[in-house]
Design a protein around this ligand. Structure first.
Ligand SMILES: Nc1ncnc2c1ncn2[C@@H]1O[C@H](COP(=O)(O)OP(=O)(O)OP(=O)(O)O)[C@@H](O)[C@H]1O
Length: 477
């Protein structure tokens, strides 16, 4: 360690108190750890033209913030994205393990500021550059690895989607810990990294519709909307500003030569259902490096390349529920408290009691607590009356499904199957009335065999063979 560099930064901090007009701020720290830091940057074209900071807490935080400002001022934006804990510590002549926390926090604030400032960036397009969406998980780390191995210049972005005192930081790909992990993986792989704060858009475009859907007795599918209208659009926009030709993710999906999504080579990992709402214009700018791989192959590539995330657990389907659970989340954010209600048969006979309609979904069999000769399934939930209607498997069967908000990328006559749940198999079907390409307020699907458990609010993924040619939201069973 070289104490001199540290002392210089502490004695004459670079950019302290500087408030930039037209700049963007990133904050990190909190009352709990007692350290708070703000880093501001102003970006023009492809460069960070100015930077400044404020820090409250230990001296190491001030020195680290001064080091970060020194490292990024006047730099190319893509070079500034390479500055992280290690570079900040090096600029200070090394930091003891106890003080590394200061460099971590400054890195968090710096990357939030850089990500926000990307709105002003206009990095010239390089057709060999790819923006990689990195969650801090193994799939996206391997996607980044494969992008680099293909001889492309990979730049990483991680989204901050949700922060909640009950959110289990380590478990969720939305959390601040996951962002820091993703940044350190990207930096170890030699890639610039940016953090994009999408919390407002995520709350309005994903979490609120999820809460409203449950409140009205539906079973929403937030990931489909998130991929379709929130996170991938935001990252595609960022790719343009950073001069990247395309956006790569760690999703398991293939793309057909004519630009439609096709079921992944590993059917057990296939995520096309979750990507179904992507517009063809977006698909055209996306890459799925894991398209032809199985999960064990991806894990093997990660450990062979010694990626620190090789053994990281799978992320949850709903990132914002990590560590809190759906019931608790609905209670805290939608005021959906437990309340006793009736479980009734389709004929209206009261069979038992439940503790809140929101705990049930169509097709559910377990947890009803009603003794019957034949197994009973949830047929529908009635939010207004807080009632759960149950019946036999035969009563659950449907051979027609009404859907709303349909988007057809190919004529309705080409649809030959539908997936009505993420993990259910495709059911052969046709779309009534042979509707043309485009959007349709409502459509009717005629199934060739019965489906058990079509839940209002879930996505209907319309298929031609193993290619996704449209999607919609289920209205009725
Ligand atoms: N917070 C995030 N920031 C940036 N990209 C993300 C984020 N969360 C997910 N992604 C992208 O979406 C892909 C699929 O995300 P999903 O939540 O399904 O996680 P996953 O399949 O477990 O992947 P991973 O192992 O990369 O976390 C990821 O591989 C990544 O490319």
């Amino acid at each position: 360690m070289d104490r001199e560099r540290f002392t210089e930064h502490l004695a004459a901090p670079m950019g302290r108190g500087v408030v930039l007009s037209g700049g963007f701020d990133g904050h990190a720290g909190g009352v709990l750890c007692g350290d708070l830091v703000r880093i501001s940057v102003r970006v023009a074209g492809d460069r960070v033209v100015e930077a400044g900071f404020d820090a409250e807490g230990c001296g190491a935080l001030t020195a680290a913030a001064s080091a970060a400002v020194t490292l990024v001022s006047g730099e190319l934006l893509l070079e500034a994205g390479r500055v992280g804990t290690r570079e900040i510590a090096a600029e200070l002549g090394g930091l003891s393990p106890g003080k590394l926390h200061a460099a971590d926090l400054v890195g968090d604030a710096l990357h939030r500021a850089l990500g926000a400032a990307c709105i002003d960036a206009a990095v010239p397009l390089d057709p060999r550059r790819t923006l990689v969406a990195m969650s801090g998980g193994v799939d996206s780390a391997v996607a980044a690895l494969l992008v680099s191995r293909a001889g492309r210049e990979a730049v990483a972005v991680t989204l901050e989607l949700w922060r909640d005192e009950e959110n289990d930081a380590a478990a969720s790909c939305c959390s601040a810990d996951a962002v820091r992990l993703a940044r350190s993986v990207a930096h170890r792989m030699g890639m610039p990294h940016f953090t994009l704060d999408l919390r407002e858009e995520f709350r309005a475009g994903v979490v609120d519709p999820f809460l409203n859907g449950y409140g009205s007795g539906e079973t929403p599918n937030p990931c489909v909307g998130c991929n379709g209208h929130v996170r991938l659009d935001a990252m595609l926009d960022m790719a343009t500003r950073l001069g990247a030709a395309d956006l790569a993710t760690g999703h398991y999906s293939r793309v057909t030569p004519d630009g439609l999504l096709r079921v992944a080579a590993d059917p057990a990992k296939d995520q096309t259902y979750m990507l179904a709402a992507l517009a063809p214009e977006s698909i055209a700018r996306m890459r799925f490096p894991l398209a032809e791989l199985t999960k064990p192959e991806v894990r093997a590539l990660a450990s062979e390349a010694e990626l620190p995330v090789a053994t990281r657990a799978e992320s949850q389907d709903l990132c914002f529920l990590a560590g809190t659970g759906k019931a608790r989340f609905l209670q805290r954010h939608a005021g959906l408290e437990d309340a006793p209600g009736e479980i009734v048969s389709s004929g209206g006979e009261v069979l038992g009691e439940h503790d809140g309609f929101q705990h049930f979904t169509v097709g559910q069999r377990k947890g009803l607590g009603v003794a019957a000769v034949e197994p009973l399934y949830v047929l529908r939930t009635e939010a207004g009356a807080n009632r759960v209607v149950v019946g036999s498997r035969a009563e659950l069967a449907v051979d027609r499904v009404a859907v709303r908000g349909a988007r057809l990328h190919r004529p309705g006559a080409e649809v030959d199957a539908v997936r009505l749940r993420y993990h259910s198999r495709a059911v052969p079907c046709r779309v009534a009335g042979s509707p043309p390409v485009g959007t349709h307020r409502e459509l009717e699907l005629e199934l060739s065999e019965p489906f058990y458990g079509a839940a209002p609010g879930q996505s209907a993924c319309l298929l031609r063979g193993d290619v996704i040619v449209g999607w919609a939201t289920i209205v009725t069973r």
